[in-house]
Design a protein around this ligand. Structure first.
Ligand code: PLP
Length: 428
């Protein structure tokens, strides 16, 4: 793309950036903060400047309308009954779903367990779960405990994908052949869309297709994928997916989670599930009848009254995503990552060896905004970056992760990171 290691390149890239105006829609750490550059939007996205006003509006509605807030519009926003649907619809283009396929509820790990009640139905012969070794710990614990709750040991029931000797990420061909090798026994394939540690984006469409080919159910944990990479869950035929909305989705610490249930299952009222009154068909929910009548679609998996204040916390960010669209966002993201890769390569060239190794796959179809770096004396380098006000994160045993986020980071920030990193090596 014609990058150079001069500051002018960064300035030009920022000048040409179509999304630059969105930076001002976020509250950047203030000048009193120890943070100069924030590259941790993959961990906790920054706060949109309009988030507070959305929460305040709901506080006012509560104050003015009390319980009537459930049934009455307020300051241009639909009733609390409708508010959740308004927001979940905005998520559909982000994950590639039909309006009936997305719901907002609980948080990621909770939703994972609830959906596994429906989608992990082991039988005597078909009971194994395939996941990536070193998956996010919550997924590991969830899968192990699901197996145990069905009377199966994780040693027997869990198949973990590991990279080839000497490699750090998984090859799609290897994932697919493990699925095929276990065709008879595989009940569920559950992968992170983007692996949190390596930043690898898996080839979800191919994985879904081959999993279905052997008769397995396929679900994805999209914590690091949603709002980061293009997703087409409906078209890919993914059975279910879960995600949190506080990473690239900027919904605030621990905010409400999202889930996807494919239309084919959403229409099927016979799917086993753990139910609660909010998942009951709206038409009969308040008749307070004895027998559960599931709502059609992902909403049929809801259990409880939606936490309106958490929904409101997500509103401003969803509006920004709606305005920008995933296509433009991904375009900038790829450019930022390519630029960051170029500058890291420049440091390695200057030093004369590969002092910084990028673990994340190079192919743009196998990565999102995050790069994971293995650096000699990594912890020392990390500490120095933090001291200089550059917020990246450290993951044991040896990875520095950073994510330039297209909605609010700039090319000049990437350049500044490069300068600091380069200087750090000189002082070692
Ligand atoms: C961040 C993250 C989670 C977090 O789960 P919560 O239930 O929201 O705490 C789970 N899985 C993955 C892959 C993650 O990256």
């Amino acid at each position: 793309m014609g990058f150079t290691s001069a500051l002018s390149t960064a300035k030009n890239l920022d000048k040409e950036d179509w999304l630059k105006k969105y930076r001002s829609e976020f509250l950047l750490p203030s000048s009193q903060s120890p943070i100069d550059i924030y590259f941790c939007g993959n961990s906790l996205g920054l706060q949109p400047s309009k988030t507070a006003s959305h929460i305040e509006r709901e506080l006012s509605r509560w104050q003015d309308l009390g319980v009537e807030g459930f049934f009455n519009a307020f300051e241009g926003e639909p009733s609390w009954m409708e508010y959740q649907y308004k927001l979940s619809k905005k998520l559909c283009p982000i994950v590639g779903a039909q309006p009936s396929e997305v719901a907002l509820m609980n948080s990621l790990t909770v939703n994972l367990h609830f959906l596994l009640v429906s989608f992990y139905r082991p039988s005597q012969g078909r009971y194994k779960i395939l996941m990536e070794a070193g998956a996010f710990p919550s997924d590991q614990y969830a899968m192990a405990s699901q197996l145990q709750s069905h009377g199966c040991s994780p040693e027997d029931g869990l198949i973990e994908l590991t990279p080839r000797e000497g490699e750090e990420t998984l090859r799609t061909e290897d994932i697919l052949s493990v699925i095929e090798e276990n065709a008879e026994e595989l009940a569920l394939v559950l992968l992170g869309g983007v692996n949190y540690y390596t930043g690898q984006l898996f080839e979800l469409e191919k994985i879904a297709k081959v999993s279905h080919g052997v008769g397995a159910v396929v679900g994805f944990d999209l914590a690091h994928a949603v709002g980061n990479v293009p997703l087409k869950l409906h078209d890919w035929g993914v059975d279910f997916a879960v995600w949190c909305n506080y990473k690239y989705m900027n919904g605030g610490p621990g905010t409400i989670g999202g889930l996807f249930v494919h239309e084919t299952h959403g229409k099927d009222k016979g799917v086993a599930r753990l139910s609660g009154w909010w998942g009951n068909d709206e038409k009969t929910r308040f008749l307070m009848q004895k027998d559960f009548q599931p709502a059609i679609g992902a909403n049929g998996w809801q259990l409880s009254t939606p936490p309106v204040l958490l929904l409101a916390a997500l509103h401003a960010s969803l509006d920004i995503f709606e305005e920008v669209g995933m296509e433009k966002l991904v375009e900038k993201s790829k450019k930022m990552v390519a630029y960051l890769r170029f500058l890291i390569d420049d440091i390695n060239k200057a030093i004369g060896e590969e002092t910084i190794r990028i673990v994340t796959p190079e192919s743009p179809s196998e990565s999102g905004a995050q790069l994971s770096l293995v650096v000699e004396q990594g912890k020392k380098i990390f500490d120095n970056l933090i001291k200089k006000g550059i917020v990246v994160d450290w993951r044991e045993p040896n990875v520095i992760r950073l994510a330039p986020v297209p909605l609010y980071n700039t090319f000049e920030e990437i350049f500044q990171f490069y300068t600091v990193l380069k200087d750090t090596f000189k002082t070692l």
